[in-house]
Write a protein that binds this ligand. Structure first.
Ligand SMILES: Cc1ncc(COP(=O)(O)O)c(C=O)c1O
Length: 385
């Protein structure tokens, strides 16, 4: 078989092993509680479906401009103004097939062979694979509670070397759910400008924040690349629509690249996404956010009472990254056994990097409060055995 050398560096999601076992058990009739899942359990908001359906009935489902529907780019620009008080020209906003499409564009624009990119460890595993795909070298930087599991300016300075070209951050983060506050974000952007490095800020979990608002890097600098998506807060994972904001001098290159790699993001999804910003839909999303918050509070309290350690408060996204070393020194086996014996599926730390993965598990609370309570009962019994 002929296959590129780069494929050797691309890693699979280890959680797929858990997921396929969970699905097999489900087929045998077992009741599985899916806490390994990385998508909201709520259905797509009805207004989005209605808007997309009306568009599809007209039958004119064609390519859109490569950068996205002008009215959607305008709506995103207005959203930044209304919600964050920041002006982002719609020309800088590129609609992409999910945040994942945004990463393809951003990394395609920025990376040269051999460039090193700093990534927080634990972190979302795909960043490293995107970097590798473009010939770069991911550099996993261990982060801990002292920086809220975020890659701040001090950590950056300690790990920057002659090959380093930039950083990817995520706030709120997957898997830790932590938020980077404005002052830390500001210091990071200043440090990066001083070093002529790039910042890609993944803001896909923005909106899902519970203790304090999660700032956008766009309010601090117009030199950053911001990736966002309709997948999580807006509840549209399967529609594959997101966006990338680029600095003004990258507009032309981003347009060229988008034309070549996507032609366009699916038109029905873009029309559906337009309805996301209506007042009625935003109210529905706020309601959902409150439900997530209630689940977060419940899950944190219960995991602590069972004996897990939470090294930080997860104040965003829908994950709790719990330290399970009191029960095991191998979180992967622990997750498999937990699944076999209790039917609770979780994601072992192995998927998120090399920084003590064996003593961490990610619990997703994209399941109802009732199911969370059932999961907690099962986990408590499991660790007491
Ligand atoms: C941190 C993070 N960024 C990006 C993505 C990709 O999202 P999308 O569905 O918008 O491509 C995910 C998906 O789980 C994620 O957790």
């Amino acid at each position: 078989m002929m296959i590129s050398n780069r494929m050797a560096g691309i890693q699979p999601f280890y959680v797929m092993e858990i997921l396929s076992r969970a699905n097999a058990l489900e087929r045998q009739g077992r009741d599985i509680i899916h806490m390994e899942i990385g998508e909201p359990d709520f259905p797509t908001p009805p207004l989005v479906i209605q808007h997309a359906t009306e568009f599809m009935r007209r039958g004119e489902i064609k390519y859109t401009p490569a950068a996205g529907l002008p009215e959607l780019r305008e709506a995103i620009s207005k959203y930044y103004r209304d919600r964050y008080g920041v002006y982002v020209a719609s020309e800088r906003i590129f609609v992409t097939p999910g945040a994942s499409g945004g990463f393809l564009l951003a990394m395609g624009l920025l990376l040269n062979e051999g460039d090193e990119v700093l990534l927080a460890d634990p972190g979302y595993p795909c960043y490293a694979n995107f970097v590798r795909l473009f010939g770069g070298t991911p550099s996993l930087v261990p982060v801990d509670a002292s920086t809220c599991f975020q890659l701040n300016s001090d950590v950056l300075s300690a790990h920057w070397d002659s090959r380093t070209k930039g950083v990817v951050i995520a706030s709120p983060s997957n898997p830790t759910g932590t938020v980077m506050q404005s002052d830390a974000l500001k210091r990071l952007t200043i440090e990066l400008e001083r070093r002529s490095g790039f910042l890609i800020s993944d803001e896909i979990y923005q909106g899902l924040e519970y203790d304090e608002p999660s700032p956008t890097a766009l309010s601090l600098s117009d030199r950053v690349f911001v990736v966002n998506s309709f997948s999580k807060y807006f509840g549209m994972t399967g529609w594959r629509v997101g966006w990338l904001v680029v600095p003004a001098d990258y507009i032309e290159s981003a347009e060229k690249l988008a034309q070549n790699i996507f032609i366009s993001t699916p038109a029905p999804s873009q029309y559906g996404a337009l309805a996301s910003f209506t007042e009625a839909n935003l109210q529905e999303l706020e309601q959902r956010r409150r439900v997530f918050q209630e689940r977060r509070d419940f899950l944190c309290e219960q995991l602590l009472s069972i004996g897990f350690t939470l090294n930080t408060i997860p104040n965003g996204a829908f994950y709790v990254y719990a330290d399970c070393r009191r029960f095991t020194s191998n979180s992967f086996d622990f997750a498999l056994n937990l699944l076999e014996e209790t039917g609770v599926a979780t994601t072992p730390g192995k998927d998120f990097g090399k920084n003590s993965p064996e003593s961490h598990l990610r619990f997703s609370y994209a399941v109802t409060l009732e199911r969370l309570a059932a999961a907690i009962t099962r986990i408590r019994q499991f660790v007491q055995r």
